[in-house]
Design a protein around this ligand. Structure first.
Ligand SMILES: Cc1cc2nc3c(=O)[nH]c(=O)nc-3n(C[C@H](O)[C@H](O)[C@H](O)COP(=O)(O)O)c2cc1C
Length: 357
């Protein structure tokens, strides 16, 4: 169903052109300060930037309809609601009979003929807004445990950031609209998106994310491994196509002696000398920074002419998609990846008994 997590659980509801999108966040302890400004700052990072994002403009004001008393969580389920106001549903009616290639119109209608096709319905990137709010709240709880999550854009199209990046550099990416770690990359990413967008086309790319401050020993063996739960959460983000932890695919190309990270004692701490494993061994956190990458496909809605079918006339037809769309999802997806990582990390810490008495 539309829920994720065990001890900290998120249930998602709404649709792109319905009155609201929202979620219910269960399992958060009482007494946590629900800092409006911190939540709004995360929402701002998901908002589209001029020239490289959709022209749909939403205020994304977060309404907390339950679970809060006087600015603090009270231990009840937290209901998050965000209004949809800037809606142009007329752009979408044709997709019921002429599904967009690469989007979920066809599969959603095959599964449920009553699917709300407007704006992609429940399969819209808009659904990630309440997840970012829930993630921001989980981030406030993680902060009290000394855990921090920060992501950045590793690549867009063929432009790639070649440098290894620290948590501080990832945090600094918040200054740049593309979520690049430095200004020159921000410019290069921006130019790549603009050039493709002018052709009516779109680009994909890679989000990298770090979780630091996690104690060793977090994660349930086998089916609820830390990396497995993270991967599942990341695959629920629309347009996410592949997940790597640590060296990821590269590990399959090198030998054991090249891949293994030696254990070392340093200043009384048990560490690994390198971190190719990405902070998880056997599905359990090792105490090293957790590092993973999410690979996003290019936005499916493009104005370049494509082939599709007409489900009413049973003809092969051509389609050029108008309306307002992100020419590249990646810059906005960074905030979503961070949010999902925060929700998973808090859930895993609660499941392992790492929080509270
Ligand atoms: C933040 C965000 C914004 C998105 N914006 C758009 C968009 O403007 N147009 C579009 O066609 N797809 C957009 N998507 C992607 C689609 O929602 C997604 O490709 C579609 O639901 C099909 O799912 P799949 O790609 O996971 O198979 C967005 C995704 C995210 C995470």
């Amino acid at each position: 169903m539309n829920s994720m997590g065990e001890k900290v659980r998120v249930t998602l509801w709404g649709s792109s052109h319905g009155p609201y999108v929202g979620c219910v966040l269960q399992g958060l302890r009482g007494g946590l300060g629900l800092d409006d400004k911190a939540i709004a700052a995360e929402m701002a990072l998901r908002r589209p930037s001029a020239g490289i994002g959709t022209e749909r403009r939403e205020a994304d004001e977060v309404i907390i309809a339950s679970g809060e008393t006087g600015g603090f969580s009270n231990g009840d389920p937290i209901s998050i609601m965000i209004a949809n106001k800037d809606i142009r549903s007329g752009d979408y009616h044709q997709f019921r009979s002429r599904p967009r290639p690469g989007h979920a119109d066809l599969t959603a209608l095959l599964r449920n003929p009553h699917h709300d096709v407007r704006g992609g319905g429940m399969f819209s990137g808009r659904m990630t807004a309440p997840l970012v709010a829930a993630g921001a709240i989980c981030g406030l709880a993680l902060k009290e445990e000394g855990v921090e999550v920060a992501g950045f854009t590793r690549a867009i199209g063929g432009v790639e950031d070649p440098e290894p990046r620290s948590l501080a550099e990832a945090r600094a990416s918040r200054r740049h609209p593309t979520r690049a770690c430095d200004e020159s990359l921000d410019f290069a990413f921006m130019e790549a998106v603009k050039a493709r967008s002018e052709e009516g086309d779109s680009l994909g790319g890679v989000v990298e994310c770090r979780i630091e401050g996690l104690p060793a020993g977090v994660g349930e063996p086998w089916f609820d491994s830390f990396d497995g739960c993270l991967a599942k959460a990341m695959f629920s983000i629309p347009a996410m196509r592949a997940f790597e932890i640590g060296e990821g695919i590269e590990s399959s190309r090198i030998s054991g002696s090249q891949n293994n990270d030696p254990f070392v004692f340093q200043d009384g701490q048990l560490l690994t000398a390198t971190n190719r494993h990405g902070g998880v061994l056997g599905g359990i956190s090792s105490g090293m920074p957790l590092a993973f990458r999410c690979f996003f496909k290019p936005t499916p809605s493009i104005s370049v002419t494509q082939r599709t079918v007409d489900l009413e006339t049973l003809d092969n037809v051509e389609i050029s998609i108008g309306g307002r769309h992100d020419p590249c999802i990646v810059p906005r997806a960074v905030a979503v990846v961070e949010a999902m990582a925060r929700i998973v990390a808090l859930d895993m810490l609660e499941r392992g008994g790492f929080i509270g008495d």
